[in-house]
Ligand binder design. Sequence first.
Ligand SMILES: NC(=O)c1ccc[n+]([C@@H]2O[C@H](COP(=O)([O-])OP(=O)(O)OC[C@H]3O[C@@H](n4cnc5c(N)ncnc54)[C@H](OP(=O)(O)O)[C@@H]3O)[C@@H](O)[C@H]2O)c1
Length: 298
Amino acid sequence: MQYRRIGSTAVSVIGLGAMPLSIEGRPAEDRSFATVHAALDAGVTLIDTADSYHWHADEVGHNEQLIARALATYGGDTSGVLVATKGGRGRPGDGTWTVNGTPEHLKRACHASLKRLGTDAIGLYQLHKPDPQVPWAESLGALSDLLAEGSIRAAGISNVDTAQIREAHALLGDGLVSVQNRFSPEVQDSEPELRLCAELGIAFLPWSPLGGISRSSLDGPSALDGSRAPAYAAFHEVARERRVTPQQVCLAWLLALAPVVVPIPGSSRPETVRASAEAADLRLTEAEVARLTRSTVR
Ligand SMILES: NC(=O)c1ccc[n+]([C@@H]2O[C@H](COP(=O)([O-])OP(=O)(O)OC[C@H]3O[C@@H](n4cnc5c(N)ncnc54)[C@H](OP(=O)(O)O)[C@@H]3O)[C@@H](O)[C@H]2O)c1
């Protein structure tokens, strides 16, 4: 495994996005545990979760509880694992996502996450999404208070623009260690945010790095059809040349974009988590990276 830093913590360069283990279409619990354990076996030391990763309205924190139990039943040393959770979103149970960035909600949510994760301080607490109804500085104030009271060791923000990153950096200083935005070969509108994170030394965690939960994004003929063709054809070519999978090429390409990048591919099977972890050791040449990047420009 290779490592990168999120703040002062070294984490595996490939994390586990745990969302698919708790939302619609989630696997049976034994497969979920097997997936988390396979990640740990493969050397993954970053697990991304959220209080809102659940399906039905009455199971807030499903994913956090699952991760806590998977870690407790692992049998090996999990002291080096960073569990990064989030607050500020909700799921009423009808498939939609709500947002609540009031300081009161964020603090209450964080304290509930602490209990579910069975820890006295959350290693990385991320504000899931800015709430348009709440001034950004007020939501950030909650993170600042949570840092000061010791409930969280480090703070992150998600789904943000460069102005919001700059404001958070000014307000939280070294307390702000990560930004989590959507980024994949197909969706690169967060390139300015990625570059700003590289400049400020803040970790950038691309979400849906493989194009999202539907595996058709990089698999099968659909990836070579229509509007997806320019984005993915080169990934398939390099995969064939290097005898790896297009998903592994995608993760290696993301890692090559900047030393602050730590992708968090979602997995619901041990096989995919193991394959993703292997991408940590796939070094693309500069020429390959340039060719892949060129292929994604439309
Ligand atoms: N901050 C936010 O607002 C936000 C939003 C969305 C997601 N996220 C986070 O980002 C994580 C990743 O995003 P995502 O789950 O939406 O999408 P993703 O990582 O782009 O794609 C997940 C899909 O890719 C498949 N997969 C994973 N590794 C693979 C591999 N090595 N080879 C082949 N297929 C592979 C998985 O299949 P299997 O299920 O069969 O394993 C799953 O269907 C989430 O789990 C969550 O933690 C954050």
